[in-house]
Design a protein around this ligand. Structure first.
Ligand code: KIV
Length: 277
């Protein structure tokens, strides 16, 4: 399939036209090429790779090198899909100068289409500086995994009128700072709707209900691959972990009973071997 790659301008066009789209993570060439074959418009090489690829218990240890290592093959594998590179914890929270230097490094090394940065009002100056320096930024508010300990753990955000208002303030301030879209994670449905209605830029929701402009999911979660934990907002559209374990077990049993490899998987040319003895 040769779908047309979405551009930054399309994000706003889709929002203005009320056209929904979808967004998933990928962290390697093969998975990126599978997503590229689908109708999915956007790929995030998320720092969730800390858990799904590297086996950490949080995104905090993920480094710039990890991100660059994983974004490069995704860009190669998904030429028709808009690719977002996540900025890891500690790579942009010291100063606007630090953020610009690391964003420039990531963009030059990977050729992805934009970066994503977590944080609300408190990060708006830094995020605005990155936008002004020439790289498009997708913001990420609500449940922000990099600072989850400050939020008191993985829990729904915006669950009171005050905290919902703070999320709206965050979104509007980031919009003024120049972000072209905002990921909104783990909030009640009507908070998702509020932000969708009040913001000009698209609201990309993960666990933010049905009203947002775009639905986001982690690929391993939605394909039923990641065994350890399933958040409430994840629908498993396939059971690939179960199917993969079944396939491995079939390979195991057929190899042991000799039914694999059968004729069709063998090189049957008769080589004259007598002279070798
Ligand atoms: O890193 C990630 O996968 C993310 C998503 C949860 C949006 O930030």
């Amino acid at each position: 399939m040769s779908k047309k790659k979405m551009t930054i301008l399309d994000f706003q066009k889709y929002k203005d036209e009320g056209k929904k789209f979808t967004y998933v993570t990928a962290y390697d060439y093969t998975m990126a090429s599978i997503v590229n074959d689908s109708e999915t418009e956007v790929i995030l090489v998320g720092d969730s790779l800390g858990m799904t690829m590297l086996g950490y218990t949080s995104t905090v240890p993920v480094t710039m090198e990890d991100m660059i290592h994983h974004i490069r093959p995704v860009v190669k594998g998904a030429p028709n899909t808009f690719i977002v590179g996540d900025m890891p914890f500690g790579s942009y929270n010291e100063s606007p100068q630090q953020a610009i230097a690391n964003v420039n490094r990531l963009m030059k090394a990977t050729m992805c289409d934009c970066v994503k940065m977590e944080g609300g009002v408190e990060m708006a100056e830094t995020i605005g500086a990155v936008v002004t320096s020439g790289t498009p930024v997708m913001a990420h508010i609500g449940l922000t995994p990099q600072t989850v300990t400050s939020l008191g753990g993985f829990r729904v955000q915006g669950g009171t009128p005050e905290s919902a208002k703070k999320l709206l303030d965050d979104a509007l301030t980031l919009q003024d700072a120049g972000v072209f879209s905002i990921v909104l994670e783990c909030v009640p449905n009507n908070v998702g709707k509020l932000l969708r209605d009040k913001c000009k830029v698209p609201i990309l929701g993960i666990g933010a209900g049905p009203h947002v402009d775009c639905q986001v999911l982690v690929l391993q979660d939605m394909l039923g691959m990641y065994g350890d934990f399933k958040p409430k907002f994840v629908k498993q559209f396939a059971q690939l972990r179960r199917d993969m374990v079944q396939a491995l077990n079939q390979f195991h049993s057929e190899s042991l009973d000799g039914s694999f490899p059968s004729e069709e998987y063998c090189f049957n040319k008769e080589v004259v071997l007598d002279k070798l003895y």
